[in-house]
Design a protein around this ligand. Structure first.
Ligand code: F6R
Length: 615
């Protein structure tokens, strides 16, 4: 979390930094700051709260830095110390000449803080980052060279960091380095950029260098010098970014989340294009670098992911086991990495991540790679750290997702799992061909059905208004829509702050039913298929305890629904196997309209960040 940016060049430094930080706002938004070298001085500007507050401050102070050509900026998601002005980055050395912005966590900061305090450093903030500023300052006293000082300091840091450092006595440069946190360098014509992510610089350049762990880059306006972990100068590998300047427009929608929900039919269509031509032909998924022989060796699949990506993985497990007859385990990455997992060269390990930077999933993937597993990555960011670990890479191509709550990337991940499962089944010959043809047909017509549903949102809006004052919410489902219940609940809690929980419907009577009374909405996901009757009878149990009853269903001919439920949300009928893709859309909208009705900050909910780069 946190986003950093650095700029050296002749443009308006404030403008470049602020545009860059706006593009990084998805990484955090509780405070922000900038260090700008001007009149041979390191000038620091910080603001609490949203980035707009820093923009306002810098507008007022623009005259103070108008001759500047070098600046670094930061947008924070607090880990160490509350989000206030003192803890906001940049952090400075006691002499005030050195400034540091940091993304990541310095794990040995307590030891360093003690050591540096004994050496005479005076700490002002509660952050781990301030140790870096003091450490670089002490190294600078020894070396009188910023690059050497940063290189030596970095050797003493444990944990994760992407850093940009400036010093007023070397006011023409930025020194940047990273370990286990993303950092990309942009090469312009007479200008250089460093940033946590490409959107921060794509307006200015498409030429980039992805730093490897422990490399140190020295950026001046006309050159980049790159050093490897042995401090040996190396030739940078410049890549052309396959990006267009990112449109951050809401296209007339009130929020990015609503826009992204409406983009979902096209996300599925785009993803299927070139992969399924006709339902009768085999899926073309050249991204998967496993042939029949290799697949025969695999005796299990493990999927690691977090949050919404984990819910996509849960659906993935269901579909792969159904079609491919291979055992699939799924686990939150944060659990996977701290236990003995039985993983070897016979295990296919799938990492799922919208951002491709989630620290826990990245660690899980690296651990499995070290055990010689084949690594398959499903991500929306083919340029991410996780993608670079992949033996097989499936980019989901959902386009940039600005809203912190994941919607279209989830739908894209689900689509990826369906294609993967069909592809593996076709290689292994593990499933009846008619079933596969039917599934491909269902996928091909799904975007139209979602589009149809998206034209009829009035009922969801009405339902959202009716239930928006609820303090708690329960979602129940069974089978492959159990993850839909979890994802519906996650969406609702993260943007409306209502305490929402998803349960397997059959589990309700084993404890959660104790919570039910006449104030509690219970939303039952009743998609046509083999567990329909079961969920219906579990819903009866809630009705008997006077719950407020909501149904989400694709069945329109069951009279019992109107009797049992206060509110029935209908979606177009779909085949049971693809129902998780259809069923999540109304739940995304329900969460959206409830949050919007409550006046919450839908796109940037409190305490969250889109890219979780700390464990
Ligand atoms: C929820 C959400 C998070 C992410 C989770 C993993 O809307 O966005 O739960 O899904 O932080 O992030 P990625 O997919 O980037 O690994």
């Amino acid at each position: 979390m946190c986003g950093i940016i650095g700029y050296v060049g002749n443009r308006n430094v404030i403008e470049v930094l602020m545009k860059g930080l706006s593009a990084l706002e998805y990484r955090g938004y509780d405070s922000s700051g900038a260090a700008i070298i001007s009149d041979n001085k390191t000038k620091i500007y910080k603001a609490e709260g949203k980035l707009q507050n820093l923009k306002n401050l810098l507008n007022e102070k623009a005259d103070e830095v108008k001759d500047s050509h070098v600046g670094i900026g930061h947008i924070r998601w607090a880990t160490h110390g509350v989000p206030n002005l003192i803890n906001a980055h940049p952090h400075t050395s006691n002499c005030g000449k050195i400034a540091v912005v940091h993304n990541g966590i310095i794990e040995n900061y307590k030891e360093l803080r003690e050591k540096l305090t004994k050496m005479g450093a005076e700490f002002k903030s509660e952050t781990d980052t301030e140790t870096v500023a003091h450490l670089v300052a002490f190294k600078y006293k020894e070396t009188h060279d910023l690059k050497e000082a940063v290189t030596l300091a970095a050797k003493e840091l444990e944990g994760a960091y992407a850093l940009c450092v400036v010093h007023q006595d070397e006011g023409n440069k930025i020194v940047a380095t990273r370990r286990n946190a993303p950092l990309v360098i942009g090469i312009g014509d007479g200008e250089m950029f460093a940033a946590s992510d490409v959107p921060a610089m794509i307006e200015y350049t498409k030429q980039a260098i992805y730093l490897d762990d422990n490399q140190v880059a020295v950026l001046t306006n006309d050159k980049i010098e790159l050093f490897d972990e042995n401090n040996k100068q190396i030739q940078p590998k410049i890549e052309l970014l396959p990006w267009e300047p990112v449109s951050l427009s809401k296209m007339g929608y009130k929020h990015f989340m609503l826009k992204e929900i409406h983009e979902q039919p096209n996300v599925i269509r785009n993803f299927l294009t070139g992969k399924i031509h006709t339902a009768k032909e085999k899926v073309k998924l050249d991204e998967v670098k496993l042939d029949f022989e290799q697949l025969k060796q695999m005796n299990r699949i493990q999927i690691v992911a977090c949050g919404t990506s984990l819910h996509a993985a849960m659906v993935g497990k269901y579909i792969i086991e159904e079609l491919c007859n291979i055992p699939v385990d799924i686990e939150p990455s944060s659990e996977y990495i701290y236990r003995h997992t039985v993983t070897d060269e016979k295990t296919l390990v799938i990492g799922v991540s919208q951002s491709g930077e989630t620290a826990d999933t990245l660690t899980a993937v690296r651990q499995s790679k070290a055990r010689n597993s084949h690594i398959l990555i499903i991500t929306n960011r083919p340029d991410s750290s996780m993608a670079r670990e992949a033996d097989s890479l499936i980019p989901v191509d959902a386009g940039i997702e600005v809203s912190v709550a994941a919607t279209k990337s989830y739908i894209a991940q689900l689509t990826a799992f369906y294609l993967l499962a069909i592809h593996l089944a076709e290689i292994k010959n593990s499933c009846d061909n008619d079933k596969l043809v039917n599934l491909k047909n269902e996928l091909l017509i799904l975007p139209q059905k979602i589009e149809l549903f998206l034209t009829k949102k009035e009922k969801i809006q009405k339902c959202s208004r009716m239930y928006s004052s609820s303090k708690n919410f329960i979602f129940i489902a069974r089978g492959l829509n159990y993850p839909t219940a979890l994802e519906g609940a996650l969406k609702l809690k993260e943007i409306s702050y209502i305490n929402a929980t998803g349960y397997p419907a059959g589990e309700l009577k084993h404890g959660p039913i104790a919570m039910i009374d006449e104030t509690l909405p219970v939303l039952s996901i009743l998609m046509d298929g083999k567990v329909y009757e079961k969920v219906l009878s579990n819903a009866q149990e809630s009705k008997a305890r006077n719950a407020r009853m909501i149904a989400l269903t694709d069945v329109d001919s069951d009279e019992r629904l109107e009797e049992l439920f206060d509110f029935v949300l209908n979606v177009p009928h779909v085949d049971e196997l693809v129902s998780p893709i259809m069923a999540i859309v109304p739940l995304q909208l329900l969460a959206y309209y409830i949050a919007e009705f409550l006046g919450k900050d839908v796109d940037q909910p409190r305490n969250l960040a889109k890219s979780v780069t700390v464990e």
